[in-house]
Design a protein around this ligand. Structure first.
Ligand code: PLP
Length: 405
C-alpha cells in the first residue's frame, strides 16, 4: 500500500476539527495518539452487536465477545512476537502493567538487593519502584544522564552488580524522544542475572518490536499511544516469570478455586486479569494494530524520521530556541524552551492558532531537574502530521515569542 499521508488523514475524523477558529494541528501524539474511524467503529460495533461479559456465559453473545477478546490477544502476541499467547496480559495501560510487576516482586526482593532505574523515566516507571523499595528495604539506584540527556552507559556498568535484581527503563523517553540502548542494557543486565522491564509506551507506536529477539523479561505499552482507545494496554512477561510472581489484584476471573480458607489462582494470563476488563477497548486495540500494520511500521518510521528532521531544522531557525535532548538517536519528539519565556505561555498562545502541544514536566520531573528547568514545550510528531503543519508551527512560535518579549 502506498504511504499517502493525505489519504491517511481522511481516516482520522478529529483532524477536521477547528480550534479557536483555526484548523486543528495536533502535536501531542506522545500523550495520546488520535483514533482512526475503524477503531471508533469497532467500539460501536461491540456495543451495538455483541456487548456481553467474557469467559463467563454459555450464551452466544458471551461466546462472541470472548472470541473477539482472545483474538485480540493473539494479534498482540503476533505483532510483538511473544512466544506464547498467555504471556500477553491485558491491563489498563503501562502504569497498571508496571504496578503488576513491582507488586509481583514484593516477596522475591529483600534487604541487600538492588534495583536500577534510568534517569530518563516517566513517573510511572519511578514511583512504583520507590514504593517497592520502601516495602522491601531494597535499594533504588539511578543511571545518570550526560549533558545531552542520554543515559551514561559507563555509569550503568559501574552500578550493575550481582546485587542487582531488576533493571527498569523506557525504550524511548517521552520527555525528550531519546531512544535508549536497550539491547545493550538487557544483555549487560542478564550477564548479572538481573531481570529487565522495558517501558515501551513511547516506542511501540514508532517501530516494530520483536520481544523474543530483544530477549526482554517484561515489556509494556498502552493502546492509546498506538491509535487505540484509552484505558487499555498490555504487559508482556516471560511465561516462567509470570507464573512465579503473585497477582496484586484479587477478584473474579483470576481464580481457580475459592473457599473462605484459601484461594488458588487461575493460570496466566487470567491470574492477572481480575474483574471485568475493558472488553471493547481490548478488541479495538487489536483493530488499531491491524490499522497500523496496514500502513506498515517501516513506512511510518521513515516518514516520521523525515518529519523530525524537518521540524528540528525549522525550530532551530528561531532565535533563542533551545532544544533539550538534541541527539542523533531519537524519534518524533522535540522538547524546547525559548529564552526569557515560560513553556506554559508558549503552549497557550500556540493553542490560539489551533496548535496542540504539551507543556511542563511531562511526568518526568527528574529530567527537568537534570537540565535545571521547570519544564519544556513538547512537540510530538506522528505519521498523521504534515510538513505544512510544521511550517505553521514555526510561524506560530515566532508570533508567540514576539508577543511575549
Ligand atoms: N511511560 C511512558 C514513557 C509514558 O510516556 C507514559 C505516558 O505518557 C506512561 C509510561 C504511562 O502510560 P499510561 O498513562 O498509558 O499508563
Amino acid at each position: 500500500m502506498k504511504f499517502d499521508v493525505k489519504n491517511i488523514r481522511e481516516d482520522f475524523p478529529i483532524l477536521k476539527k477547528q480550534i479557536n477558529g483555526k484548523q486543528l494541528i495536533y502535536f501531542d501524539n506522545a500523550a495520546t495518539s488520535q483514533t482512526p474511524t475503524c477503531v471508533i467503529n469497532s467500539i460501536s460495533d461491540y456495543y451495538n452487536n455483541y456487548n456481553s461479559n467474557i469467559h463467563r456465559g454459555v450464551h452466544s453473545l458471551s461466546e462472541e465477545a470472548t472470541e473477539a477478546y482472545e483474538k485480540a490477544r493473539g494479534k498482540i502476541q503476533i505483532h510483538f512476537n511473544a512466544k506464547h499467547k498467555e504471556e500477553i496480559i491485558f491491563t489498563s495501560g503501562t502504569t497498571h502493567s508496571i504496578n503488576i510487576v513491582s507488586n509481583g516482586f514484593l516477596n522475591l526482593i529483600g534487604e541487600g538487593d538492588e534495583i536500577i532505574v534510568s534517569g530518563l523515566e516517566h513517573h510511572s516507571n519511578i514511583v512504583p519502584w520507590q514504593m517497592m523499595c520502601k516495602k522491601t528495604n531494597s535499594k533504588l539506584k539511578v543511571i545518570p544522564l550526560d549533558k545531552n540527556g542520554e543515559l551514561d552507559l559507563k555509569e550503568f556498568k559501574n552500578l550493575v552488580s550481582k546485587k542487582t535484581k531488576l533493571v527498569f527503563l523506557n525504550h524511548v523517553s517521552n520527555a525528550l524522544g531519546i531512544i535508549n540502548p536497550i539491547e545493550e542494557i538487557i544483555q549487560i543486565s542478564h550477564s548479572y542475572n538481573a531481570l529487565v522491564l522495558i517501558d515501551g509506551a513511547q516506542s511501540a507506536a514508532h517501530f516494530k518490536i520483536d520481544l523474543q529477539k530483544l530477549n526482554v523479561d517484561f515489556f509494556t505499552a498502552s493502546a492509546h499511544k498506538l491509535c487505540g482507545p484509552t484505558g487499555v494496554g498490555f504487559l508482556y512477561g516471560k511465561k516462567e516469570l509470570l507464573e512465579k510472581i503473585e497477582p496484586f489484584m484479587g477478584g473474579g476471573e483470576m481464580i481457580s478455586d475459592v473457599t473462605f480458607e484459601k484461594t488458588t489462582y487461575a493460570e496466566i494470563p487470567h491470574k492477572f486479569e481480575a474483574g471485568t476488563p475493558n472488553i471493547s477497548g481490548v478488541i479495538a486495540f487489536g483493530v488499531a494494530l491491524d490499522y497500523m500494520n496496514s500502513l506498515g511500521f517501516e513506512n511510518i518510521r521513515q516518514y516520521e524520521d523525515k518529519l523530525l528532521k524537518y521540524a528540528t531544522e525549522k525550530l532551530k531557525e528561531i532565535d533563542g530556541l533551545i532544544i533539550y535532548g538534541d541527539v542523533k538517536n531519537k524519534t518524533s519528539v522535540i522538547s524546547f524552551n525559548i529564552s526569557g519565556t515560560h513553556s506554559y505561555d508558549i503552549g497557550s498562545i500556540l493553542d490560539k492558532y489551533g496548535v496542540a502541544v504539551r507543556t511542563g514536566q511531562h511526568c518526568a520531573q527528574p529530567i527537568m531537574d537534570h537540565f535545571d528547568i521547570p519544564g519544556t514545550v513538547r512537540v510530538s510528531l506522528s505519521f498523521i502530521n504534515t510538513f505544512e503543519e510544521i511550517d505553521i508551527l514555526q510561524e506560530a512560535i515566532i508570533k508567540a515569542k514576539s508577543m511575549l518579549s
